[in-house]
Design a binder for this molecule. Structure first.
Ligand code: AR6
Length: 170
């Protein structure tokens, strides 16, 4: 089975879901965008677990395209699934890494037993991936991935991004 796809415009840190996906960086130690918002609202427990992951499994950082879960701290969710999207490159096709982010996040969600998972538009901010292409990859990958997750909710921050995803979802 693949997950049902839903779409909302809003702030991912306000979603009530089992797990929300963080567009993190390899350091796992925070940043701007969604990452900054999640750590700000979720509180220090998330960073504490991220630091422990760096000290144990990910001494060199979380590789691009992989995903790992922590507590969601004070957020209205049980887990945050941190994944690292690729930085956009005009000269190199890195789309397999954006596919991998979505697949790996759903795999981790399955391992956790999460049934509802919120995704931001990974790589479309600081990492500059063109929105329409990112939406195509995100939606196609979720549709093509077998998972026990029942709902994948794409949470888009602004109206233009919401419209682009809506057009892809159809
Ligand atoms: N809720 C939902 N979407 C959001 C929110 C929010 N609260 N805030 C921003 N967005 P970005 P990336 C949208 O830059 O491109 C960080 O510094 C935003 O409008 O958060 O994968 C990390 O630490 C955009 O469409 O992630 C990394 O260093 C989308 O979320 C780097 O940025 C993704 O933008 C990752 O860059």
């Amino acid at each position: 089975m693949s997950a049902a796809i839903t779409l909302v415009r809003g702030d991912i840190t306000r979603q009530r879901v089992d797990a929300l996906v963080n567009a993190a960086n390899s350091s796992l130690l925070g940043g701007g965008g969604v990452d900054g918002a999640i750590h700000r609202r979720g509180g220090p427990a998330i960073l504490t677990e991220c630091r422990a992951l760096r000290a144990s499994r990910y001494g060199r950082g979380l590789p691009t395209g992989e995903a790992v879960a922590t507590t969601a701290g004070a957020l209205d969710a049980r887990w945050v699934i941190h994944t690292v999207g690729p930085v956009w490159s005009a000269g190199e096709d890195r789309s397999h890494l954006l596919v991998s982010c979505h697949r790996a996040s759903l795999r981790v969600a399955d391992e956790l037993g999460a049934r509802t998972v919120a995704f931001p538009a990974i790589s479309t901010g600081v990492y500059r991936w063109p929105l329409d292409d990112a939406a195509r990859i995100a939606v196609e990958t979720v549709r093509d991935t077998a998972t026990a997750v029942e709902e994948v909710r794409f949470v888009l921050f602004d109206q233009p991004a919401h419209e682009v995803f809506a057009a892809r979802i159809g």
